[in-house]
Design a protein around this ligand. Structure first.
Ligand SMILES: [Zn+2]
Length: 79
């Protein structure tokens, strides 16, 4: 039997990318954050790379429109 050449990417490995700006006035660096769907569900912020400080953040529907319903539901259950 020949092996299938079809490439299957598990949904969990799909990445979303969001653009944020560091909230500290002396930094304001632009940060791109890649998240898997699993990470997106527990997302609460990011560490700014240039200044190494934590930024509290949440995802909005605009960031993750494809997964919004699923992520929102998850957040509903853990809150
Ligand atoms: Zn920063």
């Amino acid at each position: 039997m020949p092996e299938s050449k079809r490439i299957i990417i598990p949904r969990e490995l799909l990445l979303i990318e969001i653009d944020r700006r560091c909230c500290f006035p002396d930094c304001k660096a632009r940060v791109s954050i890649g998240l898997t769907k699993q990470e997106a569900k527990s997302y609460s912020g990011f560490t700014c790379v240039p200044c190494n400080r934590w930024n509290d953040d949440t995802l909005t529907e605009k960031d993750v429109s494809d997964w919004w319903d699923e992520i929102k539901q998850h957040q509903f259950f853990i809150n």
